[in-house]
Design a protein around this ligand. Sequence first.
Ligand SMILES: Cc1cc2nc3c(=O)[nH]c(=O)nc-3n(C[C@H](O)[C@H](O)[C@H](O)COP(=O)(O)O)c2cc1C
Length: 208
Amino acid sequence: MLSFDTNGDFKDNYKFLIGSILPRPIAVVSTLNEDGSNNVAPFSFFTAVSAKPMIVAFSPMIKSSNGELKDTPRNILREKEFVVNFVTEETLDKINMTSTELPYGEDEFKYAGLTPLESEVVKARRIKESPIHFECIFRDRLSYGDDPGCGQIITGEVKKIHVNEDIYEGGRINTDLFKPVGRGAGNDWILCTDRIQRERLMGAQIQK
Ligand SMILES: Cc1cc2nc3c(=O)[nH]c(=O)nc-3n(C[C@H](O)[C@H](O)[C@H](O)COP(=O)(O)O)c2cc1C
């Protein structure tokens, strides 16, 4: 077994995180810039936290280029709201474009060729090309520092869910129709086409 300390460069730790925590789901977070234009970016440090209240969390790290907050948290801390959109095989290339660090205020929907859709609860727009939208009200911020590589947890309470009827069957989202994509190490993206099923065994069944 090789062993490593974590007190060196943050980039080394980062490589262990993205190489170990696999596959990672991706939140495509849309927010409003100060001038009302649209900001959007993918975040794979993302998870579900609570079903009711319905809470999701993601982690935008401090920019390694200049030590500043990314535009997404900057907008969320001011507007107190955001939308989580989802990436599919079809929209992967456009969503990848939204990870470009553009000057603050440049409309990233326009840049990536995505269509803005008005939301019902929040002012941030949804991505029409995404088959699922979570409209979120900002709940908490837990910061782990202000230096490049430091992360922060941002949570939001999902107040409204929108699901495209084309992927919704029998009261649930159909994975084959949704065609979600996850994040891997480096520049890897992971398709969800190879899956296996196992029945979840209860304690009594295991003892038999
Ligand atoms: C698939 C993917 C996942 C990403 N996940 C994260 C993440 O979890 N945290 C993070 O800080 N940056 C992540 N990034 C980089 C951000 O998307 C990128 O820094 C973006 O420019 C931030 O935009 P903003 O300044 O508009 O918030 C990811 C990029 C890609 C392509």
